[in-house]
Design a binder for this molecule. Structure first.
Ligand code: ADP
Ligand code: MG
Length: 385
């Protein structure tokens, strides 16, 4: 609990890891410029003179060399976030074919398995697990669990924040049910890929698991509160799009090649990394709107940045490292989510009302200054609720 309090007060940094993919077969004889010096530092080995202006070593929370397997990446780079019983998000970021999908597939599988293991061990609580899946391509949001491919609207809900309208949410029977649904998502994503060239490298995929639990002894009595946790698994579009577009501003005007969501994600991360001052443009893209909480709000976040080791990719790899460095400066603020049952809510509101009435009585005797009037209005609003 003290750890939780600390989290609340200071905020928590995004946990950032780097994963180096193995050299691909056809590239076996090519040169790899990167080396993991230890658990948290990746080094650019080659000292080409024109590159000397760049740093040679980069330190993160964790780095994984090409020998590491996905379970290791999961255990050390994502598990503690995925199982934190809060709003959690695991992102994969990197250029096309650097291993994002490969990594996220494994991570999702291991996390789901651990989550179900946890659920089965907790006999004193009842659990409801829900799943939804979406893809964002060219700023259109598509439901990966529905055969219809029409784009869904993103709306602002006063209570729930940003929501995707009509997104299918399935209540899971068991872990096998989830595996079935993951297969459907993959198939849906592939349909998109054949229909539109390059979709896979330009679309973002968000899988979302929501776990609600309540104490079993109160079940049905209507007076227990529900603890809600969720995990987002985010497989981002190839990051080369973002650096291309930001490098060559002209592309922006062409319109068709922009990945607005990825570009905005970069801007949001850059802004957040400099502290929470000024305007953060979450609303500029669908991805950042949907994941606003995961990026700068009530959430715990891990980002796994995947890198292709080949020399031809050195510029993209460096861009990935710069993004990763920025992401590491971002602080999120995770809090436990409680959904109150009606009875618990009424009780809490009654207590709050009594407290406010008392406060107002004592305020009433004091003279009402400008800001006090504001406070009073605020309290009246609360009582109204
Ligand atoms: P991305 O999603 O970033 O475009 P993929 O995950 O599709 O990239 O990976 C590209 C190719 O490299 C795939 O064939 C994948 O199986 C392979 N690959 C990626 N990472 C690894 C790894 N760590 N070990 C072995 N093969 C990998
Ligand atoms: Mg991919």
């Amino acid at each position: 609990m003290s750890e939780e309090l600390q989290l609340h007060e200071q905020g928590e940094k995004i946990f950032v890891s780097i994963r180096l993919r193995p050299l691909q077969d056809k590239a076996r004889n090519r040169i790899c410029d990167w080396e993991c010096a230890n658990n948290d530092t990746i080094v650019f080995k080659n000292s080409l003179p024109e590159r000397s202006m760049f740093p040679a070593a980069y330190t993160f929370d964790r780095v994984f060399d090409s020998e590491s397997n996905t379970i290791q990446v999961y255990e050390e780079g994502a598990k503690h976030i995925a199982l934190s019983v809060l709003e959690a998000s695991i992102f994969a970021y990197g250029q096309t074919s650097s291993g994002k999908t490969y990594t996220m597939r494994g991570i999702t599988e291991y996390a789901v398995s651990d989550i179900y293991d946890c659920i089965e061990r907790q006999e004193e609580r009842d659990f409801v697990v829900k799943f939804c899946a979406m893809e964002i391509y060219n700023e259109a949001v598509r439901d990966l669990l529905s055969p219809d491919s029409y784009p869904l609207r993103v709306l602002d809900d006063p209570e729930r924040g940003t929501v995707v309208e009509k997104l299918t949410e399935v209540v899971l029977r068991d872990r096998d049910h989830l595996h079935e649904l993951l297969t459907i998502c993959e198939a849906q994503r592939q349909i998109g890929e054949t229909a539109l060239n390059e979709t896979s490298s330009r679309s973002h995929q968000i899988l979302r698991l929501t776990i609600e639990s309540s104490a079993r002894e109160y079940a049905g009595a209507g007076n227990s509160s529900i603890l809600a946790a969720s995990v987002n698994f985010v497989d981002l579009a190839g990051s080369e799009r973002a650096s291309q577009t930001s490098a060559a501003g002209t592309r922006l005007k062409e319109g068709c090649h922009i990945n607005r969501s990825l570009l905005t994600l970069g801007t949001v991360i850059r802004k957040l990394s400099k502290g929470r001052t000024g305007h953060v443009p979450y609303r500029d893209s669908k991805l950042t709107r949907i994941l606003q909480n995961a990026l700068g709000g009530n959430a715990r976040t891990a980002i796994i940045c995947t890198m292709s080791p080949e020399r031809i990719h050195v510029e993209q790899s460096r861009n990935t490292l710069l993004f990763a460095k920025c992401a590491r400066e971002v602080r999120t603020n995770a809090q436990v989510n409680l959904i109150m049952s009606d009875k618990a809510l009424v009780k809490q509101l009654q207590r709050e009302l009594a407290r406010l009435e008392k406060e107002m009585r004592s305020l009433g005797s004091a003279s009402v200054k400008g800001d006090t009037a504001g406070v009073l209005r605020e309290k009246e609003k609360l009582i109204g609720q």
